[in-house]
Design a protein around this ligand. Structure first.
Ligand SMILES: *Cc1c(COP(=O)(O)O)cnc(C)c1O
Length: 373
């Protein structure tokens, strides 16, 4: 047997970049600007270039990125925010923290992302009921696959709503000739260590082309103060990303394009081995998957997982329960079942995936999976 297969590999890049990271962290110990150091604006400038968005703002987490984006539009009580029910809990938490009402929408079984037809139906229902004001759609780019932005944006525009991309799992992906960060009015992403661009701690970033929106976000991130940071001009929070985490992400950025290419290569090899034999999450020809995770859909998932584990192949389930079935969000469960969310919660299985897999490991995972089906 060769090297054990890891689900994620956080140690190899840390080893590769060790000297560079040490140099950057020591520079911060020397200049002493632990908050708001030059690393922050350097990272923001590089992220804007990378995504093609006009503005990038570094923040304390992906969750703060979502909350600040919602606060920036004054989303609050009486507002409806449409979100897919098959996502991480942070998407719904952010909405509820503002006092707005999450409206859970079903997803598509192939893309695992919000289904535009179901979104349109949910928007019409909320308008007909008249109790809530439709304000915003949060489209999640699940596992790294961009949501159907052209269709979602058209539906949102018709109802006078904005679109916020929860791209926590998808930085590096794209659609057409644009990258995540420039696919809709607002984008939030996360630097949680296992995301495509991970820090060594918590972190996140936000993207927009709109100058006024960017000014509001900058203010909210810094306790709601004015540009001179003297007067509170709105309600804000401490949503800053510190200099050290910015330095780590700057170092990770130096290998990010290479890592993304390797992710795409590995995904292509998995698809070559598994395509036609097992259902694989897939988008359209315009979508550029960031391959944050590689996810298949299998029957009898618990047994398949157990068999993989016996053979030394780790796997993971994202997510075993749609959000409207969690205690904290059950009050917002829609009257009609969200059938595809329930189906994916029973079938989705993520395979070992990171840029440092070998071809031999991918083949071993694929062969083991096919035998376990
Ligand atoms: C990770 C994640 C978040 C939250 O990001 P944090 O940095 O952990 O706060 C939000 N949404 C989705 C879809 C995520 O996967």
């Amino acid at each position: 047997m060769s090297d054990p297969i890891q689900f994620f590999d956080l140690k190899t890049p840390a080893k590769l970049l060790r000297a560079d990271i040490e140099k950057r962290l020591i520079a911060i110990l020397d200049h002493g600007q632990y908050i708001g150091g030059p690393e922050v604006s350097e990272l923001e400038a590089k992220l804007a270039v990378f995504t093609g968005a006009k503005h990038a703002l570094a923040v304390a987490s992906g969750t703060d990125a979502l909350v600040i984006a919602l606060m920036g539009e004054e989303i609050g009580p009486g507002d409806a925010v449409f979100i897919p029910a098959f996502t991480y809990n942070a998407t719904a938490n952010a909405v509820l923290m503002t006092g707005a009402t999450p409206v859970f929408v079903d997803v598509d079984r192939e893309t695992c992302n919000i289904d535009p037809a179901q979104l349109e139906a949910a928007v019409e229902r909320v308008i007909a009921e008249g109790a809530l004001k439709p304000r915003l759609v949060i489209a999640v780019d699940l596992y790294g696959l961009p949501a159907a932005y052209p269709a979602i944006s058209a539906i949102a525009r018709n109802a006078g709503m904005l679109v916020l991309s929860d791209a926590a799992q998808a930085l590096g992906g794209g659609q057409g000739n644009k990258r995540i960060g420039a696919l809709c009015e607002m984008t939030a992403t996360s630097f949680y260590p296992s995301k495509t661009l991970g820090a060594y701690g918590d972190g996140g970033a936000m993207f927009t082309d709109d100058d006024a929106r960017f000014e509001r976000w900058s203010s909210i991130r810094w306790h709601g103060t004015d540009a001179a940071k003297k007067e509170s001009i709105r309600v804000g929070l401490n949503g800053r990303l510190d200099s050290m985490q910015c330095a780590v992400v700057l170092s990770k950025l130096t290998v990010f394009e290479t890592e993304l290419q390797d992710r795409a290569k590995h995904a292509a090899r998995y698809i070559e081995r598994l395509g036609g034999k097992v259902a694989i999450q897939s988008g359209g020809p315009d979508d550029k998957h960031a391959w944050g995770l590689f996810t298949v859909m299998v029957d009898d998932r618990d047994r398949v997982m157990a068999t993989l584990k016996e053979q030394g192949v780790p796997s993971a389930v994202y997510y075993s329960k749609p959000l409207h079935r969690h205690g904290a969000f059950a009050a917002y469960a829609p009257a009609e079942p969200l059938e595809n969310c329930d189906w994916l919660a029973d079938h989705a299985l993520s395979l070992p995936f990171h840029p440092y897999l070998s071809n031999e490991q991918i083949d071993r995972v694929s062969d083991t999976l096919l035998k376990a089906l």
